[in-house]
Design a protein around this ligand. Structure first.
Ligand code: DAH
Length: 339
């Protein structure tokens, strides 16, 4: 009886000290386990007399019930405490400033170049105008003064959808759509994707991006064209870049020219990029052919146009020194990360 009371007291004292469930299991084992102290007492009961055995049995059961009850309570306490600790440790402070060191992307060099060209021209009073990528043969060729049998049609190998419909080979058909829908005078830029049957190589891609510039007004002439292009080039490449108009041929302009700028790589002294000439061609341009004006229902004696078409990939190559257009159209992250 005495050692039973001792076991009880000691058990309760140790129970208060216990800090974890595993310690609790250990204590349980020590007392109630196979070789536990209470189990040992139960084993000696066989040696007791009948009356003593009944009294002892009742006492042991009482202590056992009490201790088991206390163990249950203590276990619940420990569980609760452990959960509270976990809540404290995992607590989330939603007012804490976020970590902004996530990797961030940047605009594609073509997008940057496109926006720069657009901003320069919008700053010069141009507005945006849009045309479709799937175009009528009429708009892409015939009304631009390239009738069916015109040899210049071969300059642009065309993806045809049927006899009358094609993927536009340039942004110039937007000029026809503008003349048909916008009342002149106007100053418009028409950006977009164009398509040509071309093998992919360092300077060719079957899909590329152009920006068309188109001004229609009374009394326009080639001086207006030259002034407009000079302002545009200086806005994009800086004031030190020189320009020159070189005679050329396009069916939709008369006269036609190509605009060269002094080489942005060597500054004009001659290098590999400008093939030793000091000049680089950046766009085609001209004074709108009277046939185009007439084809759209206006009197060419009253209305004149000046126009230019610039390749965005070429401008991006020059701005950033990119030597292969494929890099501009394939989204290789190792390349793009540099911008
Ligand atoms: N459309 C021509 C091309 O893709 C570029 C061009 C030349 C556009 C002269 C024009 C222009 O507006 O006047 O090759």
């Amino acid at each position: 009886m005495e050692s039973l009371e001792e076991i009880r007291r000691e058990f309760l004292a140790r129970l208060d000290q216990i800090r974890s469930e595993s310690d609790l299991n250990e204590l349980n084992q020590e007392v109630f386990g196979k070789s536990g102290r209470l189990t040992a007492i139960l084993r000696t009961m066989g040696q007791l007399s009948k009356e003593h055995r009944a009294a002892m049995g009742a006492a042991v059961n009482e202590v056992k019930r009490e201790l088991e009850q206390r163990v249950l309570e203590r276990r619940a306490e420990l569980k609760k405490r452990a959960q509270e600790l976990r809540f404290l440790r995992d607590a989330l402070d939603v007012t804490e400033p976020a970590d902004f060191s996530l990797p961030r992307g940047s605009l594609h060099p073509m997008t940057q170049t496109y926006r720069e060209i657009r901003n320069a021209l919008v700053g010069m009073g141009f507005s945006m105008f849009d045309g479709p990528e799937i175009e009528l043969d009429d708009n892409n060729f015939t009304l631009l003064n390239l009738p069916l049998d015109h040899p210049a049609r071969d300059m642009q190998d065309t993806f045809y959808i049927n006899n009358k419909v094609l993927l536009r080979t340039h942004t110039s058909p937007c000029e026809i759509r503008a003349l048909q829908t916008v009342k002149p005078p106007f100053r418009l830029i028409m950006p977009g994707r164009v398509f040509r049957v071309d093998e992919v190589d360092a300077t060719h891609h079957p899909v590329f991006m152009q920006i068309e510039g188109f001004v229609v007004d009374k009394n326009l002439n080639i001086a207006n064209l030259k002034g407009t292009l000079d302002s545009f080039v200086h806005a994009v490449f800086g004031d030190n870049v020189k320009t020159r108009l070189r005679p050329s041929y396009f069916p939709f302009t008369e006269p036609s020219a190509e605009l060269d700028i002094s080489c942005t790589i060597c500054g004009g002294s001659g290098c590999r990029v400008c093939k030793g000439t000091g000049w680089i061609e950046i766009l085609g341009c001209g004074v709108t052919n009277p046939h185009e004006i007439m084809n759209c229902g206006y009197d060419p004696m009253e209305w004149r146009g000046i126009a230019f078409g610039v390749g965005v990939d070429r401008m991006a190559s020059l701005k950033y020194g990119i030597s292969d257009v494929r890099l501009e159209y394939e989204n290789d992250a190792r390349f793009l990360r540099q911008f």
